[in-house]
Design a protein around this ligand. Structure first.
Ligand code: GAL
Length: 950
């Protein structure tokens, strides 16, 4: 791939201009919902899967015949074999995280949230229409935890080495059409770990089948990232074409830049000759006079519509979103977007959520992103891996700056492929400002670390020169040879005490915190109790390597040369319950808990990061039994002065400290605790918290007023208890039972890191006043989804959420389990009838032929007899209840023998189906078809052969 742009560096500063184009994800998700475009269809493959939790050993191969066959294409054995019996497996719909259904168990891995993971098998049968014949077929797997092997029609087509990247697999050469179903088998190995946090298990993101014209644009094949240079905006275009036709193709490539109003504002067209089975990169330029810039405030997005035409016919079309903006990291002043300074107010995130593990529905992802917006976040670090494709679209749409991060630190070819996939797939997103090649590698401060990074950085810049690279280093920046010397912006994990020393030693090197803080809080708690694994919300508890939230931000905020902060973490996540272990099973680091409910750190950072007045007090004011005792009251604010009142009596007016925040010792009395915030001597904000009565009723609050009835849309519903005056009761811990109509509960949570109860089912306890239920619609539904909640001693709550009829995604047709019978051999043509019990010798690879039913019947060379033979185990259902042996088409007459006994026959010569009752029975059976053949007349198994259950 040619290097498109110069990496603009001046006086050590990295001046970059950026842009871009198509989100492959946008294309796939939007397109799967909407109509397909000319030349291509993107269909979801999320339905029609059968799942087995646990591994299935491959059979031991013995005997020469089997060993020989085993070595051939299409001959995978065991659960990878097309004919494997999965008819009694569980039906599942993807995305699917099978670890999320596990209860935490003390002997499981603490880092993975004490969830057993293991190995799981997924199988489906894909039915491809004759109309698909002649198309290019690509399987896209957006994310599997953790490693995976993929077989299509018995041929191993991919090893997936990343638990976080998508893989694209060309199925075209292996595919069959019509009655011959296509077997897809995936073994997901979640025993392997790529992280030290909860990674889930199974096919946890979307899967797609992309059907394209034989001459088409490859996946992630449009690079259209705007550049500003010499006073002119341009989009240097790269379009990568592929051709599986049998001759070189002359096509026309046409790209049109379309603004938000649908107006074409620039166009490019060029001819291209695409060689046979060859990639062809077409380059060009779109010139744009005065585009509306993409910024955090105004997310102006453009579309580049790229078409491939031949003789006036559209062969393929791809829409690529892009945004016009410049970016620059300055070693003295930090980060600039469109030449305006932006301090990065960032968080690190993992991808899981309460109740659903890593299989996070887009509705819940959307909720999480909006929560980050409310917090005042303007930057997100994808620690420590690629996120779902939809995440990057949301960053473009909502206005976040993204540090995208590669998972495996390894410049060897397979792993560099993972890094280059990351860049190629995401480089059109205007939100992305940094490529991070690693996080905290022990060899970061060595020559090896430097050499490894040098190669990875080169691989990134070969694909994108517009954004700098970084590495998140927790030591090593001062070593004579270290990884930081090979990147463009040096990332500091923690070590805030070293910011000044580094800047003095390397004043021309841009730097940012890549990770900071790692402080501990438990939502709704105000006394730290180590023996109960509880942390208070006053921001006094932090890891030894990190800092409190306040210290972490102050260190960044006061240093213009530190581009910004990335707080560990925005949300709690399953696993890594540092500094504790069992029963703690999720983290304590989050600014929000596992459900996205605010901890006190939320108000603290909101005060630090948002410009408008913020004022909030901790704690709640329900301290029955502590009357007269001093309670620490803390104000989170961005005020010049704050005054606190208890029941109208001032507890003191303090000069506001926007870094350390302010505290009062207030002798407890029930009533109203209030705060008044001043700026320039004027009251600009008030806050009040009241002592509540006992809880009397439950309340359910939706995140959004409606859901789409497409079977995909989901949202979190907040559950809480109220007192008689309708006030939220912060200490309610009731066990709540839920009912649902018109949809499903797919997960439960409450944000308590020490709760080991199930996140699935219909009951969850409130934790310090809150719990969360995640509901999902059913496909084809409309009307309402009704959630009910009840708890002993409380009035029940019922919530109706409107369900709007919505177009479901387009899904690939799949099939119920059908046992296709394969492995057929054909005897040499014999003058006399062949004994149906005869089989080729185990060493005979050649005198008996190899037959694939469903291929064209051929004329016999002589008159005589041919025996077709195979051996198989019937599927369990047929063994139990019997079934039907179906020859979809046989050409010529034949007699069928099951275990040597004649079971049926066809007397006519013309091609016709043949159906024969198949007996119940628990043994391997021999199947033989004896065909009397006539010289010159066609004969044979011209249709597929299958065994149907009764
Ligand atoms: C960092 C690491 C994170 C997380 C964090 C906890 O060292 O990069 O993944 O483990 O520590 O403090």
């Amino acid at each position: 791939m040619p290097n498109r742009r110069d990496f603009l560096k001046s006086a050590g500063a990295l001046a970059t201009t950026s842009i871009f184009g198509q989100s492959a994800a946008y294309a796939s998700t939007a397109r799967a919902r909407a109509a397909s475009v000319p030349g291509r269809a993107v269909v979801s493959l999320n339905k029609g899967w059968r799942f087995h939790e646990g591994d299935i050993a491959f059979p031991v191969i013995r005997g020469h015949g089997w060993t020989y066959a085993n070595a051939k294409a299409g001959s995978a054995s065991g659960a990878a074999a097309p004919g494997f019996d999965d008819s009694e497996w569980t039906n599942v719909v993807l995305p699917h995280d099978f670890a999320s259904a596990q209860l935490p168990e003390q002997d499981a891995n603490v880092s993975q949230g004490y969830r057993k993971r293991g190995i799981g098998w997924y199988r489906t049968l894909i039915r491809l229409d004759e109309a698909d014949h002649g198309k290019h077929l690509e399987l896209q797997l957006d994310g599997i935890s953790t490693l995976a092997t993929v077989w299509f029609n018995g041929t191993q087509v991919a090893h997936v080495w990343s638990g976080y990247n998508a893989v694209y697999i060309d199925l075209t050469p292996f595919a069959t059409y019509g009655d011959a179903l296509n077997s897809l088998a995936i073994r997901a190995d979640a025993n392997t770990m790529q992280g030290w946090w909860y990674e889930g298990a199974g096919i946890y993101r979307n899967t797609w089948l992309v059907k394209r014209e034989q001459v088409h644009i490859v996946t992630d094949g449009v690079f259209a990232h705007p550049v500003f240079a010499d006073g002119q905006w341009t989009i240097p275009l790269e379009v990568t074409l592929y051709n599986i036709r049998k001759g070189t193709q002359r096509v026309q490539v046409e790209s049109v830049l379309v603004d938000a109003d649908g107006k074409s504002v620039a166009a490019f067209t060029a001819p291209a000759d695409v060689g046979v089975l060859a990639h062809q990169v077409v380059t060009g330029t779109l010139r744009v006079a005065a585009p509306r810039l993409w910024s955090l405030e105004e997310r102006n997005l453009y579309s580049v519509r790229t078409r491939v035409l031949q003789d006036g016919k559209v062969l393929d079309e791809v829409t690529t979103r892009c945004g016009f903006r410049t970016q620059r990291f300055d070693p003295e002043q930090g980060f600039f977007l469109n030449d305006r300074h932006v301090k990065l107010q960032g968080v690190c995130i993992h991808q899981d959520h309460a109740g659903v593990g890593v299989a996070v529905p887009y509705g819940v992802l959307d909720y999480r992103m909006r929560r980050l917006k409310e917090l005042g976040v303007n930057a997100i670090r994808c620690s420590h891996n690629a996120q779902d494709k939809r995440f990057y679209e949301l960053c473009d749409e909502l206005g976040f700056l993204v540090m995208d991060e590669n998972r495996v630190f390894n410049p060897s070819p397979e792993h560099v492929d993972e890094l280059t996939w990351l860049v190629r797939c995401h480089r059109n997103h205007p939100s992305i400002i940094l490529w991070s090649v690693f996080n905290e590698e022990p060899i970061q401060g060595t020559e090896q670390g430097y050499e490894m990074v040098r190669r990875m950085v080169a691989a990134v810049h070969a694909l994108d020169t517009s954004r700098p690279t970084t590495a998140a280093m927790n030591t090593g920046q001062f070593e004579p040879a270290n990884a930081g010397q090979a990147v463009d912006v040096v990332g500091f994990n923690y070590q805030y005490q070293a910011y000044d020393g580094f800047h003095q030693a390397f004043p021309t090197v841009p730097m940012t915190s890549s990770e900071d803080t790692s402080a501990f809080q438990t939502r709704g708690e105000y006394v730290t109790v180590p023996e109960k694994h509880i942390f208070a919300g006053y921001d006094d508890d932090a890891s030894s390597w990190g800092s409190t939230h306040r210290v972490g931000w102050q260190a960044v905020a006061e240093r213009p040369f530190v581009a910004g902060a990335f707080v560990w973490t925005g949300f709690d996540y399953h696993g890594e319950p540092t500094p504790y272990e069992w029963p703690s099973n999720s983290s304590f680091f989050g600014i929000m808990d596992l459900c996205g409910f605010a901890k006190d750190a939320f108000w603290l950072h909101q005060a630090q990061w948002r410009k408008e007045p913020v004022l909030r007090l901790a704690p709640h004011w329900n301290w029955a039994g502590k009357e007269g005792q001093a309670i620490t009251v803390m104000a989170f604010h961005n005020m010049d002065e704050v005054e606190v009142f208890l029941n109208g009596r001032s507890q003191g007016r303090q000069k506001g400290d926007i870094y350390a925040m302010n505290r009062w010792q207030v002798p407890y009395a029930p009533g109203t605790l209030a705060a008044v915030g001043y700026r320039g001597g004027k009251v600009v904000k008030r806050f009040e918290v009241e002592t509540t009565g006992a809880p009397v009723t439950l309340k359910l609050t939706p995140d959004r007023a409606f859901l789409r009835g497409d079977g995909l849309d989901a949202q979190p519903i907040q559950v809480e208890a109220l007192d008689a005056k309708g006030r939220h009761v912060p200490l309610a811990q009731h066990q709540v039972v839920f009912t649902v109509e018109g949809g499903d509960i797919i997960g439960l949570g409450n944000g308590d890191p020490n709760d080991t109860s199930s996140e699935k089912g219909n009951t969850r306890a409130l934790f310090n006043g809150l719990a969360q239920v995640i509901v999902q619609t059913r496909e084809g539904s409309a009307g309402r989804l009704r959630l009910g909640a009840s708890a002993p001693g409380l009035k029940s709550a019922v919530l109706d959420v409107e369900v709007r009829a919505a177009q479901p995604w387009a899904y690939q047709a799949t099939s119920e389990p059908v046992q296709g019978l394969d492995g057929w051999r054909s005897s040499p043509l014999s003058a006399a009838p062949v004994d149906p019990n005869v089989r080729p010798a185990d060493t005979d690879m050649n005198s008996w032929g190899w037959v694939t039913p469903g291929t064209r019947a051929r004329p016999a060379e002589r008159t005589g007899y041919v025996l077709y033979a195979t051996d198989a185990w019937a599927f369990a259902r047929v063994r139990k209840h019997g079934g039907t042996l179906e020859f979809v088409e046989v050409t010529g007459p034949c007699q069928v023998f099951i275990d040597g006994k004649k079971a049926g026959e066809k007397t006519t010569a013309a091609p016709a189906p043949l159906r024969i009752p198949f007996p119940a029975g628990d043994t391997r059976f021999h199947l033989s078809v004896l065909c009397p053949v006539t010289a010159g007349q066609p004969h044979g198994l011209s249709g597929v052969v299958r065994l149907l259950s009764a």
